[in-house]
Design a protein around this ligand. Structure first.
Ligand SMILES: Cc1cc2nc3c(=O)[nH]c(=O)nc-3n(C[C@H](O)[C@H](O)[C@H](O)COP(=O)(O)OP(=O)(O)OC[C@H]3O[C@@H](n4cnc5c(N)ncnc54)[C@H](O)[C@@H]3O)c2cc1C
Length: 470
């Protein structure tokens, strides 16, 4: 018999680790949050700030008719730090929640630094602590030493693939006489700068893009691409018109000079509050940097583009969660923490007084959170951080775990990644397809999704009011 240390160790101060720390600290538990930056860098982070957004500055749609919008709405009800800072630091992006990336990360960092229950340690963790409760939230770019440690305890059950980052350019280098500001179908504010192309321009651009030289990938790790962040040249190689149905689709974008939709469009989205930096939407790439300059300067308006950040490719790492994790985000390791059956509703019978809890000696009390669990996306990563943080705190306090109802977007994500039957496990983002269909058959897709949203919101409301009782 031993007593659990009343402190949670969190490894990684990214989207998931930051949210996990916040939720555990709010629940009254002490947290020691380890972040290796700026002492040790990753291939894509550029600052020492916590919760740095490494690629797009968008946290995706805010609309409740969108799965990501529903996920954010649920997280708002649960006082998510990531969403609160996102709302606070938003920049114009139509219906999407896009943020000034630096101010957003500063907001998260300051709130965590000033929380009395949180200690931040700037150090690489190379071994998994055997004592106490630990959350591993080290992300897709987990340092090699920690990757090896995780591989050891998960039995080497690792997968790997590559992601791609889109380039960012300066506003002043864009030829404003060739681009126009608009959002698709005039929805929301006119938030995007659009670079229109006629068919001849598109064909020349296409030919240059598919022939351009790409950065080599490691021979040891066969290329396994991430559908949600597919490099633009990879998508182009699927067919001459593919991009005009993807990131270069012109629909709903009236060019004020012609009054018509162009043949193709490259959209630029604001990246910082001052509006001085703009990113090429959907243009993640693994072209060599000089090739990016050459090819992307063929886009009308970008002939003299100044690149402040080139697209890059990098490794991504995630565990086989369906075989390893419970929906609480705890590793199924017989740790003494009850791992409830999947799909069960949250047990909300809270005990307000417990302190520490006696458990049989076991090597680890481990949780995982974030992209390393096989969710995909900033908000999804933060959502699993929320689940892990809440449950790790409850483990320490001797309370029953919370399994988020599968009818919620948070619950459907954690359910998906922890369902052992999942074959050919691929990273998953929030989508209506993983939510259960309403009991009554609703033919119309919009009406069906509206019913799903209502059920999810109601379930989260019940959960939050029960938690506040606790
Ligand atoms: C290049 C790239 C582009 C992406 N683009 C997008 C996008 O545009 N939109 C989107 O929604 N999602 C994107 N993703 C996917 C994903 O949602 C993000 O990576 C997200 O940041 C994951 O959150 P996380 O908390 O799991 O990891 P991270 O945010 O990466 O946080 C992990 C943290 O752990 C730290 N760390 C690692 N190892 C150690 C260690 N041993 N000790 C201490 N600290 C350690 C890292 O420094 C990092 O700060 C992208 C991913 C990558 C890699």
């Amino acid at each position: 018999m031993r007593t659990l240390s009343p402190e949670i160790t969190i490894i990684g101060g990214g989207l998931a680790g930051a949210e996990a720390a916040w939720q555990a600290a709010r629940a009254g538990v002490s947290v020691r949050l380890y972040e290796m930056r700026p002492t040790k860098e990753t291939p894509v982070h550029r600052s020492g700030l916590l919760a740095e957004l490494v690629c797009s500055n968008s946290l995706k749609s805010n609309l409740l008719t969108n799965a990501s919008g529903l996920l954010k709405a649920e997280m708002r009800l649960l006082d998510s730090l990531i969403i609160a800072c996102g709302d606070e630091q938003r920049v114009p992006a139509g219906e999407a929640l896009a943020v000034d990336r630096e101010r957003f990360a500063e907001c998260v960092t300051k709130r965590l630094e000033s929380h009395p229950n949180i200690t931040i340690v700037r150090e690489e963790v190379t071994e998994i602590p055997k004592d106490g409760v630990t959350i591993i939230a080290s992300g897709p770019l987990t340092s090699p030493a920690l990757s090896a440690a995780v591989a050891e305890i998960t039995g080497g059950e690792y997968l790997y693939f590559y992601d791609a980052v889109a380039p960012t350019i300066t506003l002043e280098s864009i030829d404003q006489s060739k681009v126009f500001k608009a959002s698709r179908y005039g929805k929301g504010e006119a938030a995007y700068l659009n670079c229109p192309m006629n068919e001849t321009e598109y064909n020349a651009f296409y030919d240059a893009l598919v022939a351009a030289e790409r950065a080599p990938t490691s021979e040891l790790e066969p290329l396994k691409l991430f559908e949600g962040c597919m490099p633009v040249e990879e998508m182009a190689s699927r067919g001459r018109q593919t991009l005009t149905f993807g990131p270069m689709k012109p629909v709903g974008l009236d060019d004020p000079r012609t009054g018509r939709w162009p043949f193709a469009v490259v959209q630029l989205r604001q990246e910082n509050a001052d509006g001085t930096l703009w990113g090429l939407v959907g243009f993640q790439t693994r072209l060599k940097w000089p090739e990016q300059e050459r090819v992307f300067r063929m886009i009308p308006g970008l002939e003299n583009a100044e690149f402040v950040r080139f697209g890059v490719m990098h490794r991504n790492t995630y565990i086989k969660s369906p075989e390893l994790l419970a929906p609480t985000m705890q590793m199924r390791d017989g740790s003494g923490f009850p791992v409830p059956g999947s799909g069960a509703a949250a047990d909300l019978s809270l005990d307000p007084t417990p302190d520490t809890r006696h458990l049989e000696p076991t090597p680890y009390h481990l949780f995982f959170a974030g992209q390393i669990t096989g969710v995909e996306g900033y908000v999804e990563s933060a959502a699993t951080g929320m689940v892990a943080g809440l449950n790790a705190a409850r483990l320490i306090k001797g309370q029953e775990p919370i399994i988020f109802p599968v009818e919620t977007m948070i619950g459907s994500l954690t359910n998906y990644i922890s369902t052992p039957q999942t074959t050919d496990f691929q990273p998953m983002n929030a989508n209506f397809g993983i939510l259960p269909k309403p009991e009554q058959r609703i033919r119309n897709k919009r009406d069906r999704q509206a019913a799903q949203v209502e059920t999810a919101t109601e379930a989260i409301r019940r959960l939050t009011s029960s938690l506040s009782v606790g």
